[in-house]
Ligand binder design. Sequence first.
Ligand code: BGC
Length: 285
Amino acid sequence: MADRPSNDRSAVTQPHGEPVRRLTGQKALVTGGSSGIGEGIAIELGKAGADVVVNYLGNREAAEAVAQTIIDNGSKAYAHRADVSDESNVQEMFDRMRREFGTIDILVCNAGIQKDAGLLDMTIDQWRAVLDVNLTGQFLCAREAIREFKRRGVVEEVSCAAGKIISISSVHDIIPWAGHVNYAASKGGVKLLMQSIAQEVAPDRIRVNCLSPGAIRTPINRQAWESQEARDALMTLIPYNRIGEVDDVGRVAAWIASDDADYITGAVLYVDGGMTLYPGFETGG
Ligand code: BGC
């Protein structure tokens, strides 16, 4: 494409192939599943054979479209509205999942927002909204899932673990981010929240891991990839020289949820094209 910078490898072939249905019989819940990374994960879990609850807050039509795609690919799915930062909304969402699907095997804590401002301009509402959704929301959902995992225990025909939680964090759980202190604080919190939960529940054969994406092409960071100028600037931060796509994260989620990854817990896996490799040091230091 004429407008692509010479070092942007976004058009280069990405890994594809028939998905292995390694999650057959498993029930998954993806928060924030109506768009962006959550949509990509929900669809990939469905392709891997899981039945999926697609949680959303604002856009019912989009969530129902994601659920329909999953149904078209051969799994069960439905959309469910809930605010992940609201305790009773979260409990109702898990209650319904038990009624409709019987249980939960895989929780993907993906719902997240950005409300950016320089520190001195950041309002308490911007701070609280981001911490409430990105961090408290993960706590509330993880707690409900673990209650159910412990109640049910391991069902060997389904999985050798009693349950799996995949927490969607960010490269900004390790890379500081000026102008986004609420977001970076929430993601740094997510990383240690999840690792601490992983430590607590490992003896129950519950696995808890973080996927920490870099720049993935979604509505949340449109300004970082929409114009040629922005894409050029972005490529200086991504050694692999392409922006990520939502299925890059989705395929990793399907794998880490599967028994192929049974010995992985408490890990933070950066899905970032090398963004965390300090690319500024490629030629200096
Ligand atoms: C943020 C994006 C950003 C990316 C890399 C993500 O966690 O949500 O807005 O482009 O990190 O900086």
